[in-house]
Design a protein around this ligand. Structure first.
Ligand code: ADP
Length: 904
């Protein structure tokens, strides 16, 4: 490799060098000292000394000659500083081995040592780099070495700088672009640029800067380039990749003159991440802000000295401020507007306010206070909390949280009231109530529970419920399964269990009915059980009594002479008494209606029974049943439904009463009645003819006697008796005729305007002889009442009532009155005679019926029946008020117009 000579002893005289410089091989043979030669040597000397290239001549290991450029290169001030020195002193020790090697080669015969760069440490301490070459030459003094040095320090530095730049630009993450100022052409780009934009190097170097920018940023390009060129610029923009996607960048750009061309050196940093981070930060700050603003809790921040920094929306609203501005305006008067007091009403001094306490370093947690507006008494309960923190800037600050707990407080109060009410209810309800927690420990124990178990609530509460509520199966005496366990385990309501006995604290057994229901918390979990039980002693006694009475009833039913049966709600026959079996001959377990019923009655009875079942009504029917001997007898079958409290039929109770004999005698009676009617009808008609003849003959007899004998008092009296008896007979026959007409349905009314008062006066008049005979005064009080009636029939009604009053009136006064009452005519006949027993009231209006106390007085028992029939034919009513010995009052009420109503 490199050059430079060996150890050349002694300095080289300047004259010698001329030959070196000119001839370079020293073979010119030109003699020294000649004028031409001297001139040439001088020129050569000047040339060497003025050459910008450093030249050293070394001989025998010493510098013999150093030109000016070499002197400068080695940081010396004159040639003398170098001449005589060893070349090793001039070169950097790193190169000494090389120099030694090159020198020995040149001395050994090599003519030339090629270029090499060497570092030189100058006398002035500066390090420089020189391109060194060497050659050997021989002259009269022997072999010397000539060293040529070109200062390449600047170039090497530039190259190094470039390499460093390349290294940096290729390794760094940032994009480095060199862009031509005038047209924006990309002149150079580092590896990061290729990665960032996705172009190959060649592609990239064919682009203009505009093609690397997002279209929307292009309008700014010119201005930014100008600013970069003018003095440098740092700006953010958006660049575009080869695939069209864009990314945000921060560009630092500066103008520079490179090879005489204005360039812009731009360092481009992808700030997607940063921007994302910034966006995220902004977002999260926004979210935080929104969260704070959206909190239902009030949040108030203040500086350590109590300067309020921020109130969130909830805090503003809770304190009755509509905006931060209003808060600012009115905060100083806050204390004038509001008071803060404890829940029991003590007003706080400013010192005691939560913020004041917080700023003093006292903890504030769940501090419930009442904020009250002085003006109108508006008040809320707030729960204050707070903490002292350091802001991100390191400033201490206080955060006060405010929660509106008014509703919660109210709910708590309500709950307490509810609890009280519940407790009162528990104490007052008739059932024993025991509540437990999830671990089956008693939490509530009411008074009835105390009474039934014998435990006091004080003792029982807190105890495991099974220690207090011990139950046995009443019949077996075995421990009964606890409804509490099942309710807890399965979460179901466990209903009343039968035959359970409670073992009281005193050890006695008490029949109870119990039930248990799980208590569930708001989350649906079972938090306990409510057990309800009650003393069943009475109910069981009642059930016992019921069973006993059922047994008695059955006994009774067995003893009854009637045939007794029962059926369920659906009509299924489930019981027949002994009599039934005796009569029908059916065996126990085989009893049934069907086989015993007369075939002609089956359909009728079946239909009626089905109707009774469907309509749940009573059931009554007459039918025949076959006895053991095969004979049929008539029975009255009755059934009554036993109803539950809601009115539904539970059971049917039925009897069959033997009415055979009754029915048969009724039949006979009806036949007799019919015969009587037939007889009456015939008799009344048959009586009429001889009666008419009798009356006629009496009249003729009277007239004949008068003519023949003149007036004769005794005879006249006798004939008068005859007349009266005929009239009486006539009336009797008329009655009989009416009866038969009515019975045959032949009664016809002949309606005409009739004054009832007039009818009454006529009848009273007519019956005056009877009244006289009876000794009763007839007092008449009538007002005209006109109606559309059958006069003769009304006459009959009045006659019958009045003659009864005279007959049974015991000679006491009789009152007859007529008046208009409620648009109808009212006729009242009142006597003061024997009266009528109450039990007879119902049937004295029937045919041939007479009260027992009327026996001594003769009568047919038809008068009232006819009267009622006539009154009813007019659409009226008749009724009696009477008691034995107190007389009787008959009242007839008639509508004014009998025609309005059909005849009955
Ligand atoms: P009788 O011909 O028996 O009077 P009525 O039909 O007129 O028949 O009366 C029926 C029965 O009513 C009488 O037998 C008598 O028992 C009772 N009765 C009717 N009117 C009176 C009265 N004014 N006072 C007492 N009993 C009377």
């Amino acid at each position: 490799m490199p050059p430079i000579g060996g150890m050349l002893p002694g300095p080289v005289p300047p004259g010698r060098l001329g030959a070196v410089a000119s001839g370079n091989d020293g073979t010119s043979g030109e003699p020294r000292g000649t004028p031409r030669a001297d001139a040439a040597a001088d020129r050569c000397h000047d040339l060497v000394h003025l050459s910008p290239v450093g030249i050293l001549v070394s001989r025998d290991g010493r510098i013999e000659l150093a030109n000016r450029a070499a002197v400068e290169l080695f940081g010396a001030t004159s040639e003398t500083e170098l001449v005589g020195r060893s070349p090793y002193e001039l070169f950097h020790p790193d190169y000494h081995d090389l120099i030694r090697d090159r020198t020995s080669r040149l001395l050994a015969g090599d003519r030339y040592a090629p270029h090499m760069e060497q570092r030189i440490v100058g006398r002035d301490g500066r390090v420089r780099v020189a391109d060194v070459s060497a050659s050997a030459f021989d002259d009269a003094d022997g072999r010397a070495i000539q060293i040529v040095l070109v200062d390449v320090t600047d170039r090497v530095r530039a190259e190094e700088a470039l390499r460093r730049f390349e290294l940096i630009t290729s390794e760094i993450r940032d994009v480095v672009l060199l862009v031509r100022r005038d047209d924006g052409r990309v002149m150079e780009a580092n590896a990061a640029a290729l990665r960032a934009y996705g172009y190959t190097r060649d592609e990239l170097l064919a682009l203009r800067i505009g093609e690397l920018r997002a279209p929307e940023t292009l309008p700014l390009t010119d201005g930014q380039m100008a600013a970069a060129d003018a003095g440098g610029i740092l700006f953010e923009t958006v660049h575009r990749r080869r695939d069209g996607s864009t990314f945000p960048v921060e560009v630092s750009s500066r103008g520079a003159l490179v090879d005489g061309v204005r360039m812009l050196v731009s360092v481009v940093r992808d700030i997607s991440d940063r921007q994302q981070a910034e966006d995220a930060l902004r977002r999260s700050q926004g979210e935080l802000q929104a969260t704070i603003e959206g909190l239902a809790e009030g949040l108030i921040t203040s500086t350590a000295d109590g300067q309020l920094l921020h109130w969130n929306r909830a805090a503003l609203e809770m304190h009755g401020f509509s905006s931060v501005d209003e808060l600012r305006r009115r905060l100083p008067e806050f204390q004038q507007i509001y008071t803060l007091s404890t829940l029991d009403g003590r007003e706080l001094t400013l010192d005691e306010w939560p913020l004041s306490r917080l700023l003093r370093g006292e903890p504030v947690r769940n501090h419930e206070l009442v904020l009250r507006r002085k003006a109108d008494g508006w008040a809320r309960v707030f729960s204050y909390g707070g903490t002292l923190v350091r802001s991100s800037g390191g400033r201490p600050m206080a955060i006060v949280t405010v929660t509106d707990v008014t509703e919660r407080r109210r709910a708590v109060a309500q709950l307490a009231a509810e609890r009280d009410r519940l407790a009162v209810t528990l104490r007052s309800i008739g059932d024993a109530v025991v509540a437990t927690d999830a671990a089956s420990r008693i939490t509530e124990f009411n008074g009835v529970a105390e009474a039934l178990t014998g435990w006091s609530a004080a003792d029982a509460v807190g105890q495991p419920v099974h220690d207090v509520f011990r139950i046995l199966h009443e019949e077996t005496g075995e421990p009964a399964p606890s409804p509490i366990d099942r309710a807890l385990r399965e979460g179901v309501v466990v209903g009343l269990a039968n035959h359970t006995a409670l073992v009281t604290r005193g050890g006695t057994l008490l029949p109870i009915a119990d039930s248990a229901a799980p208590i569930r918390g708001a989350d649906g979990r079972i938090t306990g059980v409510v057990l309800v039980f009650r003393d069943q002693t009475e109910e069981r006694a009642a059930a016992q009594a019921l069973r006993a009475s059922e047994a008695r009833l059955k006994l009774l039913a067995e003893a009854l002479p009637q045939l007794v049966w029962t059926a369920d709600a659906q009509g299924k026959l489930d019981y027949f008494n002994r009599r039934w079996r005796e009569y029908t001959g059916q065996l126990p377990g085989e009893e049934d209606w069907e086989p015993a019923l007369h075939p002609d009655d089956r359909d009728r009875v079946g239909a009626l029974w089905r109707a009774a079942l469907a309509g749940h009504g009573e059931f009554e029917v007459e039918h025949r049943l076959r006895g053991t001997a095969g004979e049929f007898r008539w029975f009255l079958r009755r059934a009554y439904p036993l109803r539950d409290p809601e009115g539904g039929v539970q059971r049917w109770f039925g009897t069959c009463t033997d009415i055979h004999d009754l029915k048969v005698s009724h039949e006979a009676l009806r036949r007799t009645d019919r015969l009587k009617e037939d007889f009456l009808s015939i008799a009344s008609h048959e009586f009429r003819t001889p009666l008419t003849a009798l009356r006629l003959q009496t009249d003729l007899l009277r007239d004949g006697l008068r003519k023949t004998f003149g007036p004769h008092e005794r005879t006249e009296r006798q004939i008068a008796v005859l007349d009266r008896q005929i009239a009486r007979l006539d009336r009797l026959v008329a009655v009989l005729l009416d009866v038969s007409r009515i019975s045959e349905g032949k009664l016809r009314l002949e309606l005409a305007e009739t004054d009832l008062a007039e009818v009454v006066r006529e009848v009273v008049d007519r019956l005056s002889p009877e009244a006289l005979q009876a000794g009763s005064e007839v007092r008449v009080s009538v007002a005209p009442v006109v109606g559309l009636w059958d006069r003769a029939r009304l006459d009959q009604v009045v006659t019958n009532l009045l003659s009864n009053a005279l007959k049974y009136g015991q000679g006491r006064p009789v009152d007859v009155s007529v008046e208009a009452r409620d648009g109808r005519a009212a006729l009242v006949v009142q006597d003061r005679g024997i009266g009528i027993p109450l039990e007879s009231h119902a049937w004295i209006f029937e045919r041939f019926q007479r009260a027992a106390n009327a026996r001594p007085v003769k009568g047919l028992g038809l008068g009232l029946w006819i009267a009622r029939t006539m009154v009813q034919a007019h659409g009226g009513e008749i009724r009696v008020e009477s008691a034995p010995g107190e007389g009787a009052t008959f009242t007839v009420s008639l509508p004014r117009n009998a025609a309005a109503r059909p005849l009955g």
